[in-house]
Ligand binder design. Sequence first.
Ligand code: GDP
Ligand code: MN
Length: 391
Amino acid sequence: MKIHEYQAKELLGAYGAPVPPGEVAATVEQAAAAAEKYGRCVLKAQVHSGGRGKAGGVKLAENADEARAIAGEMLGMRLKTNQTGPEGKLVRKLLVTPAVEVKKEFYLSVTGDHENACLVIIASADGGTEIEETARTHPERIARVPVSAVEGFKRYEGLQVSGVLGLTGENEKELISLLDSMTRLYREKDCSLVEINPLVLTVDGQLICLDAKVTFDDNALFRHPDLKELRDTDEEDPREYRASQYDLNFVSLSGSIGCLVNGAGLAMATMDIIQHFGGEPANFLDVGGSASKEKVQAAFELLLSDENVRAIFVNIFGGIMKCDVIAEGVVAAAREMGISIPLIVRLEGTNVELGKQILAASNLKIIAAENMADGARKAVEAAAWTGGDGA
Ligand code: GDP
Ligand code: MN
C-alpha cells in the first residue's frame, strides 16, 4: 500500500525524523492561507507517484499571491510523471511547506534485501531528481549497507552511511538518529520501502527530509489496523481496488485478452504464452486456490468491465480449486452482465467433467481449448478478429 508524502512525513515525524512543517490544501483558499503563514513556500502535488518535480508538480511560490495562482493551476490538473503513464493522476490535494535553502541533496532509503534476508540502507551523495540516472550511469555512487532484520539498526552501520554521504559532527549524529527512526518505522509497521529523496543539508547546516515515501507490505496490513485510514482509494486503479475487496490477486494491464487463472505461477505462464502467440494480456489475475463461486463471479465481472478486453481466456488447472466452482462463477457472471466477446475455456483437473457439463448446460457460446497452448492461440485469434490490436 502506498501513501502520500504528507502522510509519510507525519509518520516519520512521529518516529523522531526531522521533517519540515506543512499543511495540506484541497482548495486554493486553503493553499493561500498556508502560504500567508509561511511566506516563501513550495506547493507539492499529493499523488501516489514520484518524479513530480520534473513534471511540474513541485513549485516555488515567493508569496501568498503566487501560491494562490500556482494552486489554481495545480489543483484539478492531471499530473503526468514518468511513473503515472500517459493518463496521469488527478491532483486533489497539495502540500504547502516553507521553502528551504538547499546546500546539498542526498538519497537515503531503507528497503528489504530478500536474497540476504535482511534490511538494507541505500545511500548516495548524489540525491534528488536525478537518482535514477545515477543508478544507471554510476551505480558505484550508490552504497548499500545491510542491517539485520532481527536485531535492527546499529550505530556503526550509521557511521558507514555518514562516511558515504560525507556528513560529520552534529550532522553525523542527526543522520544516525534519522536512520534509527527510518529502520524502526520500517520494522514496526512492516514497510517495504522508507525513502527520503532528497534528504537535504540546508545552507544553515540543518539536515531535513524534504521528500518522503513510505510503502507498506500488503500481506502484513492485517497486523496494522491503524494504517487502514491512511489508504487513499482515489489513487488506486478502481478495478484493482475492487479486486482487493474480494481478495483477488489482480493487476490491470493494457492488452486485449482478459485472463482468469488459478495460481500465480499458472497466471504468469498464461501471460507468457499469450505473448508467445502474438497477443497482449489485459491483466494478471489469480483467483487463488480456494475461491468461492462469488469470488470467481467477481473476477469474471472485473474482466468484462474492461472495455479493452476483446476475448477472455479462462485457464484453470483444478487442484484444490474445483472446476465446477469456476464454471458456476463464470456462468453466473455471464448471466448477470451478458457477454458479447469470445470466451475461451481450458479446464483440467478436479471435477473437470462436472465443470464442462455446467458450461455446456448454460448455453454460453464457449470456445473449448484442448490445452494451454491451444487456448492461448485461440484467444489471440479471437481478440484480433473482434477488433483488438492482437499484438
Ligand atoms: P519528486 O520529484 O516527486 O521526488 O518530489 P520532491 O519532493 O523530491 O521534489 C523535487 C525537487 O524539488 C527536490 O529534489 C528539490 O530539489 C526541489 N525542492 C522541493 N522542495 C524544495 C525546497 O523547499 N527548496 C528547494 N530549494 N528545493 C526544493
Ligand atoms: Mn523526491
